[in-house]
Design a protein around this ligand. Structure first.
Ligand code: ADP
Length: 153
């Protein structure tokens, strides 16, 4: 008998789960893409957050649903507005790595009041990040369901 309560065991379980166990694939657009293209991609790919990359697939920005809605309120033609002028850009992007704890991601989502994070690999000592995945509130909800069904090892 370990002497640990059910709650302690659950907490320990949760604190060992890493990002790579509950990730989704990233959906990206090029920084040269228009707001119109980004809206089409968001619908076609059925995601709420797009990551913007340059031609070397380096992460340069994030686009949320509301970023695109806000841009749509203006008078300008959406085909003529590049996403690079409306996106949230580096270095102001909260990122995570494959081996980060999911509970750290959950804390960041709450603290920053955002829906998801890009999962990145660092290239060239922190000066450049490549996007390899996406983790959102939906993934964390899936974890909650697995925990309730006692399906987490
Ligand atoms: P929405 O704006 O549709 O409610 P979010 O809450 O995710 O969606 O986004 C809020 C704002 O935060 C947007 O301007 C978006 O560009 C930005 N944002 C989203 N994800 C991140 C992130 N990982 N790092 C920094 N900013 C982000």
């Amino acid at each position: 008998y370990t002497g640990k309560s059910g709650n302690q065991m659950l907490a320990e379980k949760v604190k060992n789960i890493t990002v790579n166990e509950y990730q989704s694939r990233p959906v990206v657009v090029q920084e040269s893409a228009s707001v119109y293209d980004a809206i089409c991609t968001m619908f076609l790919e059925d995601v709420g957050t797009l990551f913007v990359v340059d031609k070397h697939i380096t992460l340069v920005g994030v686009l949320s649903r509301k970023d695109l809605l806000r841009a749509s309120l203006g008078k300008q033609a959406l085909e003529s507005i590049p996403v690079s002028i409306i996106m949230t850009r580096m270095p102001n992007i909260t990122v995570c790595k494959q081996d980060d704890l999911i509970i750290e991601v959950a804390n960041k989502l709450i603290e920053k009041q955002i829906d998801g994070l890009p999962i990145v690999v660092e290239v060239e000592y922190g000066s450049r990040f490549e996007v390899v995945g996406r983790i959102t509130k939906t993934n964390i909800t899936a974890l909650l369901v697995d925990l309730a069904n006692d399906e987490v090892i």
